[in-house]
Design a protein. Structure first.
Length: 236
């Protein structure tokens, strides 16, 4: 390896760390609780994604240079809206690149993430990435809409997150039975969010839905100007 290559990699690592620190500062300003070592965990997660990306295309090549400033930031931007203060069992649906579930577990001391993805090719990456957080993150190969998964995890999660997975009405059919009483489903959505809410409402209210809201990202100007969140809760 040439000395210039080492220098370039060092500069990139420094830039990534600076972007992570800016994101954590934003969370501190909102009063969000931070896990001890959050910056270290996020730096290691960034390194793992960069390492695996050429093999798996976890993040598009045009976006990998803004992994922390865009993808990590977008993943974390829901935390000020959720106000998590107690231990939460979180399920990340279809989280092949570990986002947002691993970012949320790395940041919040209250979140324990379980990632479910049906594609075996991501297994090595997800096992390595979950290893960064040890007992705070686990991975399962499978489908959340399968009978086996439902039988195993029915009512087992306080929070379910899905980023760029499928339409809201499908998410609700998969996820509402997996929520514990009082649990919430958070869908990371874009410009068609309100249309999807309209299409899903009848099913939602008929299957234990108690409240649903649409909120814009509090950091829209910093990472994703189109991000809207649907936060749907079921009754206790």
């Amino acid at each position: 390896m040439h000395r210039g290559d080492r220098s370039d990699r060092g500069d990139l690592a420094d830039q990534a760390e600076a972007r992570i620190e800016r994101m954590l500062d934003l969370l501190r300003e909102t009063g969000t609780d931070l896990r001890p070592g959050a910056q270290l965990h996020l730096r290691r997660l960034s390194k793992q994604i960069h390492h695996w990306n050429n093999m798996l295309n976890l993040v598009s090549r045009k976006d990998i240079g803004r992994l922390e400033s865009y993808h990590f930031c977008d993943s974390a931007s829901v935390l000020p809206l959720l106000g998590i203060e107690n231990p939460v069992r979180l399920l990340d649906v279809g989280g092949s690149n570990g986002l947002p579930g691993l970012v949320l577990a790395a940041i919040s001391p209250h979140v324990r993430t379980h990632i479910c993805d049906s594609r075996r090719k991501y297994e090595g990456f997800l096992e390595d990435a979950c290893g960064i957080l040890k007992d705070e993150a686990t991975y399962e190969l499978g489908r959340v809409d399968s009978k086996d998964f439902l039988d195993k995890h029915r009512g087992g999660f306080d929070l379910i997150v899905a980023r760029a997975v499928t339409r809201l009405r499908h998410l609700m059919k998969w996820c509402l039975p997996l929520l514990a009483p009082g649990g919430r489903l958070v869908a990371y959505k874009g410009s068609r969010c309100l249309e999807e809410v309209d299409q899903a409402q009848k099913y939602f209210w008929a299957h234990g839905g108690r409240h649903i809201m649409v909120a814009g990202s509090p950091w829209a100007k910093r990472c994703n100007p189109l991000r809207l969140f649907t936060i749907a809760g079921i009754g206790k």
